[in-house]
Design a protein around this ligand. Structure first.
Ligand code: SF4
Length: 330
């Protein structure tokens, strides 16, 4: 409806603009797909439900310490399973997870506390540097904007958006981790190579009131059903519409987990066996008859010797020359 007070020319321009603008992209039946994921998430608990970064802070501590703990758990969680992050945060909290305590903890001890999170040595450095900045620049609290959070050592956009949401209760963007990135691409919701592109494409069409929920939904869905390797497509409520259903989904070679490497080694074993098969058959088809020939020759020779000896025995038995025959055998 053209607004009152606009000229006919303006109204015409507005209508023309609307007609020439391409319709905004939104994936087909995305709401139905999302509802299916909600249903599946209700049926099976995922590690993120009890050990996610929103479950790692000590609720008895003052708000600024809790926010600091949220930030630390997000820093630890990068390329690390929720179970491992949660265990490291439990140890840190028992040690005393405050800015003052972490600054007075030496790197070796901090490393021991967070081990075995991925890249724990680098994370020790980042935690120390970030904690120092928080003490000096933010009076012992964490900053309240994505840009400022991203300026901290070891903090990227994914962590910053999740931190804004969990620590400050402000939704600034979708937290896109490896699960959200992978599943969004599998479902055809985005077409992207990098998580940051996935975030931008998702935010382009997904209503903002779902940005908070979608991270938690997809992370848990990725931990249980739509797994990186061997997704459980047969049990998935979206199998009839998902473009990636029952297709082999390869992981990015830059993000191989030890489990994936093991799987590749196992997969490569039949190839090794196949390569050995011709050699084995060659051995038996070519080498074995040679052994057979040799054996045959030996058997024939032995038979001839036995026959000759028998003849000698018979002859000697009749002529009294048995002893000489036995001696010749020796
Ligand atoms: S059908 Fe398979 S690939 Fe598609 S969403 Fe379900 S589990 Fe994932």
């Amino acid at each position: 409806m053209p607004r009152k007070g606009t000229s006919k020319l303006q109204q015409k321009e507005t209508i023309t603009l609307r007609l020439t603008m391409p319709p905004k992209f939104s994936p087909q039946e995305w709401m139905k797909t999302l509802n299916n994921i909600r249903e599946m998430r209700k049926l099976e608990k995922a590690p993120v439900d009890s050990m996610g970064c929103d479950q790692c802070q000590d609720s008895d501590q003052p708000a600024e310490i809790q926010r600091y703990q949220v930030l630390l758990s997000l820093m630890l969680s990068s390329q690390t399973k929720d179970q491992v992050t949660h265990a490291a945060m439990t140890k840190l909290r028992a040690h005393g997870c405050t800015i003052e305590n972490i600054l007075s903890t030496n790197d070796t001890q901090l490393g021991e506390l967070i081990y075995p999170v991925s890249f724990w040595k680098t994370k020790v450095r980042h935690i120390k540097a970030t904690t120092s900045v928080l003490a000096d620049k933010y009076k012992g609290d964490i900053p309240q904007s994505v840009d400022e959070l991203c300026s901290l050592p070891g903090v990227g956009p994914k962590m910053a958006h999740l931190c804004m949401n969990i620590a400050w209760g402000i939704v600034t963007g979708i937290g896109v981790d490896t699960h959200v990135h992978r599943i969004s691409n599998r479902l055809g919701w985005v077409n992207s190579k990098q998580p940051e592109d996935t975030r931008k494409q998702l935010e382009d069409w997904l209503p903002k009131d779902l940005w908070d929920e979608v991270n938690h939904l997809l992370v848990g869905f990725g931990q249980t059903i739509c797994r990186p390797v061997n997704p459980r497509c047969a049990e998935c409520l979206n199998k009839d519409t998902c473009p990636a259903a029952f297709k082999e989904v390869k992981k990015s070679p830059t993000k191989k987990s030890p489990a994936k490497k093991n799987e590749e080694v196992i997969k490569s074993e039949p190839k090794v066996l196949k390569l050995e098969e011709p050699q084995t058959s060659k051995y038996f088809s070519k080498e074995e008859p040679e052994h057979e020939d040799e054996n045959q020759k030996r058997i024939s020779k032995l038979k001839k010797t036995i026959k000759k000896e028998s003849q000698n025995i018979e002859t000697e038995a009749s002529g009294g020359r048995v002893t000489r025959s036995r001696a010749s055998k020796k």
